[in-house]
Each structure stands twice: as C-alpha cells, then as structure tokens.
Write a protein of this length. Sequence first.
Length: 274
Amino acid sequence: MAITNGALSIRVLISIKANEQHNMKKATDKFIGLRRAPPRRVRQKGFSLAEVLAALTIGAMILVAVLGIYSRAERSAAAITRKLDSSRLPREILQLIAEDIDKIITADEDTRITIENKFAKGLPTAKLTIQKTITDKDDKQQIFEEIIWQSSYDFDANSLVLYRSYSGIALEDKLLDEKRADWEKEYPFVPVCEGLTFFKIQVQQGGASQDKWTDTSLPAGIKVTISFASPYKTITGDLDVPDSEKISRTIAIDRTRKLKFILAPTQEQEKQSK
C-alpha cells in the first residue's frame, strides 16, 4: 500500500512537472513569436487613381454646364440691353420734336407747319418745318422762330443723318444752344444723330395719312416714324425696314389753343359801362 501511494505521488509530481514544462514552452514560444513578428503597417486612407479621374470628369462636366448657362444668360442680358438702347435714342428724338412743336404752335394764325417726304438713295427721308412769324411796326412779316428737322443721305456711312436747325429773331435756343460749341453757332444745321435708315413724317388729317403738307392751316396731328434697323429692298426698288423695328409717335396739334379767352371786367369797368 505504501508502494502504491509512493508511485502515485511520483506520477503526480511527474504530471505537474510536465505541465509546468509545457506551459513554460508555450510562454517561451509566444514570447519568441512576438519578438520575431514583423511590425504591422498602418494603412493610410486615400483615393485611388480611378476615383480621382472620375471626380475630375464629373467636376469638368459640372463646370462646362455652369459656364454654358452663364454664357447664355450674359448673351440674353446683352440682347435686352441693346434692344433698350436701340429704342431709347429714337424715343428721345421723337420727344425733342414734340417739344419743338409744343413750344412754337400757338393760337394765332402766324404759325405754319410744312412737311415733305422723299427718297434719298432709296432710303425714306423727310423734312419738317415749324415756323412762327410776327408783324413788325412797318406791317411786314418777319420770321420770329423757325425750326427745321430733316434727314440727309451720308455717302460715307450709307445711311441718313438727322439734322436740326433753329433760326429767327429769337436767337436763344434752349434745346441745343447750351451744348453747341462756339464755332458751330455759325452753322444753322446741327447733326443730332447718324445711322438712320428710316425717317418719315405724315400728316394725320380726316382719318387719312398724307406725305405732304403745305397748307397755311395747321393739321390735326402728325405722325413721326424713325428706325435704325437694317433696311431691305422692296419690290419697287426702294428700301424699307420691318414694321416691328419702326418706332412711331403721333403728335397732336392741340386745338384748344384756338379758344379765345375773355377776361372778366373789373368793377371799375362795370361802373363805367353803366
């Protein structure tokens, strides 16, 4: 029995020793493995070449689209600006003509309007004369004020030049003399603008339009049409511009100017009449 217990003790000791050696070997192998293991490489985050090319392609497409939209918007704005500028000058000219008529036309019979229309190198041209006369002490007619608007053909520009003339006893021209140079005062006609392709003045009388007026009486109104558009040749061989490019204004000759105003008599005049 003692031998059996001793043998068992020896077996237990051997088993414990074997386990200790085994554990020590495992620890040693693990330690050696850790020392010999290569260092881990830290992977840096980034984009591949394909991703970069795809991003550049998409960015270029977006940029081209944005530039195309901007270019179209810029062209549209420029077209609108040109349209406004092309209509601003004719309207200013029509306003000046209306102001001249309104300034000279009075209720008396000493005011006349003369209108002529013709063609110069195929382009429609016109002449408007507004004249006011007075009677001096010798009972003679003298021109107090005379304003002429007329267009003439310019051979260099192959278009019309619009002129305005002011003459008469009243030397002050509030409309243009303030901006006219001293050396220009010797010349009656002052160029207002150039590049005209259509300038026509018609008389509105009795529901019909007339291209000529030489009557001593004043017309009911006049219609002035102007354009700077490119002309085209008509069947008759003359030049014309599209109706959409013509800017017109009808200027009425105010008939209320001919109403005679009677001043009310004063109290002294009433007493004398009694």
